[in-house]
Design a binder for this molecule. Structure first.
Ligand SMILES: [Zn+2]
Length: 444
């Protein structure tokens, strides 16, 4: 059977021998065309000077690497006015005169390189029976001719890293054709602005929310509308939602926590006079807990950033918190609780020890206690006495063990309410900013 049926070669080439192993095919091939054209004068010649061997890699055959041992010839040029007396045989559609791989293998590698990355491309190429390296893949891609310069109406701009975390360049994309239009060596505003100035037909610039590209767009394409690209909007929104959820998580934890069982002697303790504050209304307590959760989330973020090597000044700029606060938080070493609200002076203070002692003795009647201290000279209303007793009741209730019934306050309804609130707050916060981006093209 003719081997060229399974392994096609250009006309005038003959397969003389095939050696097969599990992973490779070695073909001995000879060029048989009777004439060849001189590359200088293009005159055909049939006068053979000599033969020589070329070793070429070719496109794989059913997953096997293919190696060609190709015998080609040198010809005399018989054109007397031609400078070249001897020339090597040309196989223009099959292999370049200097190449070590065939044109079709080169095209296959180009396709692999364009569809993947250099590292991923190597893995795929090897699997398909094409031995290659990262540099070869990149060279094949770099050999591709540049696309003709096209008009860019909608420009996408962003940075990319040439050396991760160290050196950055700028990538410019035509958002209509999704083609990369250009790559710039840095991400400075001046460079990008100069590039944009050469293209006055840009109508819209889609960019991140950084100051550099905002300046570049304002200087280089003042006529264009600036928009935040979807990636960065979603990224920023995700970060904001995560922060909000982190805050709410504290609330969720606080709401779903079971009161810890306590010791018997603790159950007998009641709150001291110093600690005592009139009980705060439920909505005030809730707001205070939410504020605390927010502070705690911010504190954790500050600690994480510092552990990541960021300086207090940078942390302060990034988080929009005063540098002094950041330094104080970091110096404290633990989460700094907000100071307790100041206790208002009250005429009840003098009578509170007596009420406490009566409470400990078992008196639970507020009216009776109020009457008792009124006889001793207390001029205030019974309301203060009731509030104090309420605090004592709460203090006892908290310390009495009630492990059997964990709080089910954080029900599905609460979760839905919290979710809705998070989304609403995120939307209110971000919709305004997105709108601002559209509304003030020149200044953003
Ligand atoms: Zn010639």
């Amino acid at each position: 059977m003719d081997a060229t049926l399974l392994f096609p070669l250009p006309e005038g080439m003959l397969i003389e021998d095939v050696q097969a192993t599990e992973t490779s095919l070695s073909l001995t091939v000879r060029a048989t065309h009777p004439t060849s054209c001189c590359p200088f004068c293009s005159q055909a010649s049939s006068s053979i000077h000599s033969h020589y061997q070329r070793t070429l890699s070719d496109a794989s055959c059913v997953g096997r690497q293919v190696q060609l041992s190709l015998t080609v010839r040198r010809f005399y040029c018989r054109n007397r006015v031609c400078e070249r007396k001897v020339f090597t045989e040309r196989l223009p559609h099959f292999v370049q005169p200097w190449a070590r791989m065939t044109i079709r293998l080169s095209q296959h590698l180009q396709a692999v390189g364009l569809a993947t990355s250099s590292r991923g491309g190597i893995k795929l190429a090897v699997r398909l029976g094409m031995q290659t390296s990262r540099q070869t893949l990149l060279r094949r891609i770099m050999e591709l001719p540049d696309l003709p310069e096209e008009s860019v109406l909608y420009l996408g701009i962003d940075d990319f890293s040439l050396w991760r975390g160290q050196r950055f360049g700028t990538i410019l994309v035509n958002l209509e054709t999704h083609h990369i239009v250009d790559l710039l060596a840095d991400r400075r505003a001046e460079t990008a602005a100069t590039w944009m100035q050469q293209r006055p037909d840009i109508m819209a610039v889609s960019r991140d929310r950084g100051a550099e590209y905002a300046k570049a767009a304002a200087d280089g394409a003042p006529q264009a509308i600036n928009v935040a690209d979807r990636f960065h909007v979603v990224k920023n929104l995700t970060e904001a939602l995560q922060l909000l959820l982190a805050r709410c998580q504290e609330e969720i934890k606080a709401a779903s926590q079971t009161p810890e069982p306590c010791q018997d002697e603790q159950s007998k303790q009641v709150v001291s006079l110093e600690e005592w504050r009139p009980p705060e209304p439920a909505h005030v307590e809730k707001a205070r807990l939410a504020r605390r959760a927010g502070r705690y989330a911010r504190y954790q973020q500050v600690v994480e950033l510092q552990e990541g090597g960021m300086k207090p000044k940078e942390i302060a700029q990034r988080m929009g918190i005063a540098q002094r606060t950041i330094r104080r938080w970091l110096a404290s070493g633990t989460f700094p609780e907000a100071r307790k609200r100041r206790k208002r002076q009250s005429s009840f203070e003098v009578f509170a020890p007596y009420v406490l002692s009566r409470w400990k003795a078992g008196e639970r009647n507020g009216l009776a206690l109020w009457r008792e201290i009124k006889e001793q000279g207390y001029t205030g209303t019974g309301r203060t006495v009731y509030r104090y007793l309420e605090t004592l009741k709460q203090a006892e209730g908290k310390r009495i063990c009630q492990p059997a019934t964990p709080r089910s306050a954080f029900s599905a309804n609460t979760a839905v309410w919290l979710g809705c609130r998070v989304i609403r707050r995120a939307w209110m916060r971000w919709s305004k900013r997105i709108w601002l981006l559209f509304a003030k093209p020149a200044s953003r």
